[in-house]
Design a protein around this ligand. Structure first.
Ligand code: ZN
Length: 495
């Protein structure tokens, strides 16, 4: 592979805090040198020289929460600055099959999967045969047996299943606790203990918080924080923005307190006021909506763009196709007070950016395409296309909360650190240093912005000029290379 020399960019290494105008020399899949005027010394005669002066150069973003697992979805994420897209919150089961399928189809970006708590329970409680598919995982979430408790025999069977997934290289355990909100807290403690013992991180969509469900067996954030304290494991709290809604102050202070007490708990945020999930989710039941300060009209079906009319309509939709994706408007992005809440979760110290990117659905039911530009009519959540560019626009360009160094720390370095224990390969990601992986993004700091909207959700972001994965261009001069599939599977070290 031809060496690449990026000249004259503003380089940022969030691991050391270094930032200056310098060149970056890439040989094969590795960063070889970073320094001033590397071009002058003719380091490699046949190097491809790319002038990036006036641009910001940093390690590509590591997304801890991407459900796309597709070529089409990864290309949208590439144009948003992502070089590694990990499915950790839901996970896939069996991971062996998920890795094999991704490898045989090819991926533009690096990828990896956690073990799926949801599907391990579905196998044992509902007799479902796992197919390493997110759509299948979404479709079980509305099942009342699945939402219920496990007896001791069932519990030990699905814990065993998760353990064998870790042995097969799963990157931790993804726990959709919020979708089984009344299930026995002892189960959450058992899986947290197992993960801590195995040295595997957990990624939790937390149970209901007490403000939105006075009858919750335990507050969702407290439960996660307590598990981190008691078992000493590494607990990652997913999308703190969407599960906390207007109670972000209280939730963040719960996390703060746990961290002060030594708990290994990390958090992530995405910069949108609406979430996305299957219409059959427990917390979208008509009788539960009010506690979330929602009405049926705050739900929009992704495949049709249809707004839910009333309770009767909602019941019908939940019955017909509980896995059908919908948009949930939990904050009003037009309201300054609600926008301030979103900014607060993004600004929380050490909170990482993670997209919760969803798969794309086309009207014929397909969820992937090698075609680029994407075929018309694909629908997803705009966070799939725009999370990172939107965060940079809001937090760096418009509001000045983050320097560029801080932005790369939250988008690249801190998420890599979350993964280093389970997968040492992440020690070479999230950094712009000689010897680090050549996963790089070159950004135009004046232009970077999201363009995707709730109704034009596959519109790519603007301002990612170049993106390299393992030393290969996936984006060059703002255009996707449709022949580039340099992504590699990242697996957990055997435990
Ligand atoms: Zn979630």
């Amino acid at each position: 592979m031809r060496a690449v020399l990026l000249t004259g960019g503003w380089i940022i290494d969030p691991a050391t805090g270094r930032e200056e105008t310098a060149d970056v020399l890439i040989a094969g899949d590795t960063i070889q040198q970073v320094g001033p005027s590397l071009g002058a010394g003719k380091p490699a005669d046949d190097a491809l020289v790319v002038d990036v002066s006036g641009k910001v150069v940093g390690p590509g973003f590591v997304d801890l929460h991407s459900h796309v697992n597709s070529i089409a979805g990864q290309r949208l994420q590439a144009l948003d600055g992502v070089t590694t897209a990990l499915e950790l919150e839901a996970g896939l089961l069996p991971v062996d099959r998920a890795y094999a399928e991704a490898a045989s189809a090819g991926r533009p970006l690096n990828y990896g999967f956690s073990a799926s708590w949801g599907m391990a329970r579905a196998e044992v409680l509902c007799g479902v045969e796992s197919e390493a598919s997110l759509l299948q995982a979404l479709s079980v979430l509305g099942d009342l047996t699945w939402q219920g408790d496990s007896n001791p025999g069932q519990l030990s069977r699905w814990l065993g299943r998760l353990e064998s997934e870790l042995a097969d290289g799963a990157l931790g355990i993804g726990i959709l606790q919020g979708y089984a909100p009344r299930s026995n807290p002892a189960e959450y403690r058992a899986v947290s203990e197992l993960a801590a013992r195995a040295g595997a991180p957990t990624f939790t969509h937390v149970r209901e918080i007490r403000e939105s469900d006075a009858g919750t067996p335990v507050d969702g954030t407290e439960e996660a924080a307590q598990a981190a304290m008691d078992f000493g494991g590494q607990v990652h709290h997913c999308h703190v923005n969407s599960t906390s809604r207007r109670h972000i102050d209280r939730v963040l202070s719960t996390i703060d307190r746990a961290r002060d007490g030594g708990a290994g708990i990390t958090v992530e945020t995405y910069p949108y006021g609406a979430g996305s999930t299957g219409i059959g989710a427990a917390f979208l039941a008509p009788e539960r909506l009010l506690a979330w300060e929602l009405k049926p009209e705050n739900l929009v079906m992704v495949s049709t763009g249809e707004r839910v009319r009333d309770e009767t309509h909602l019941r019908q939709l939940r019955q017909n196709d509980p896995g059908a994706p919908c948009i949930v408007e939990y904050l009003d992005e037009q309201s300054p007070a609600d926008r301030a809440l979103l900014e607060q979760s993004l600004a929380f110290p050490d909170s990482v950016v993670a997209s919760d990117a969803m798969h794309i659905t086309w009207p014929d039911g397909s969820t992937d395409s090698r075609q680029w530009p994407l075929p018309q009519g694909g629908m997803t959540h705009p966070r799939t296309s725009g999370t990172y560019a939107r965060s940079l626009r809001m937090m760096v360009r418009e509001r000045g909360y983050w320097s560029w160094l801080e932005a790369f720390r939250r988008c690249s370095y801190l998420p890599s650190q979350v993964m280093e224990g389970i997968c040492p390969e992440f020690r070479k990601k999230g950094r712009l240093l000689p010897g680090a992986d050549a996963d790089l993004v070159v950004i135009d700091p004046e232009r970077i912005t999201d363009l995707a909207t709730y109704f034009d959700s596959t519109r790519p972001s603007l301002g990612v000029e170049h993106l390299l994965v393992n030393g290969e261009f996936v984006v060059r001069d703002g255009e996707v290379f449709p022949e580039a599939y340099p992504g590699r599977g990242l697996r957990g070290a055997p435990v």
